[in-house]
Design a protein around this ligand. Structure first.
Ligand code: CO
Length: 211
């Protein structure tokens, strides 16, 4: 009986052979350089694989995933990915993609202590607090959650725009374009919910004047 992880390694071999059959240069081309046009910031949820749902190939999207697709301004992991993507890879688009039915957002709306993750979910509770009036007047629980999921994606787009990394690239290179999307687990369709073009207006409080 073959165990589950061994199946992954077998599938990998089969995939590698197939790629070479389709395109003999596939690995030699990709092993030299990556020039992705997109940075994807998505949820860690196993049902939202960035490349599969967008039909993109290896080399096309630079990916960062965490619980509930957050852009937390003290997260050294996210900031390292962002800086590298914007300044070295020079991506043209940054996509924050949430998904309906997100467990992270659901947990943030509840009151159970879950350990360390409480601190991560606090960032989502803060988004809830900002939009509480509009969310709480919806009388269906699932729709309330989905509304917060949309607000949360929009907030993370604004968090990107507040970084000196994005502001600097906007000023000197007129990129990247920021896109807030939400993926539907039910139908596989991505709904665009907001976007920010290079040079978009942001609250002056967060604007740097010496970049
Ligand atoms: Co999620």
């Amino acid at each position: 009986m073959i165990s589950t992880y061994e199946k992954l390694l077998l599938e990998n071999k089969a995939w590698a052979i197939e790629q070479v059959q389709i395109d003999p240069e596939f690995f030699s081309r990709l092993s030299h350089v990556q020039t992705p046009e997109f940075l994807w910031i998505g949820c860690s949820d196993s049902r939202v694989p960035a490349d599969k749902i967008t039909g993109t190939q290896p080399g096309e999207i630079f990916v960062h995933r965490n619980i509930a697709n957050m852009v937390v301004h003290t997260d050294i992991n996210l900031l390292s990915v962002l800086e590298y993507a914007v300044e070295i890879l020079k991506v043209k688009h940054i996509i924050v993609c949430g998904h309906y039915g997100c467990g992270g957002v659901k947990a943030a709306m509840g009151n159970h202590s879950l350990g360390i993750i409480n601190k991560w979910l606090r960032n989502i509770k803060d988004v809830y607090r900002i939009h509480r009036e509009e969310i709480d007047k919806i009388d269906n629980e699932e729709m309330r959650t989905n509304k917060l999921i949309e607000f949360n994606v929009a907030e993370q787009i604004m968090n990107l725009a507040k970084t000196s990394i994005v502001q600097k690239a906007w000023k000197h290179d007129q990129r990247p374009h920021l896109h807030g999307w939400v993926y539907g687990l039910n139908d596989g369709i991505i709904k665009p919910v907001c976007e920010m073009e290079p040079g978009s207006h942001i609250d002056p409080l967060y604007e740097y004047d010496n970049l």
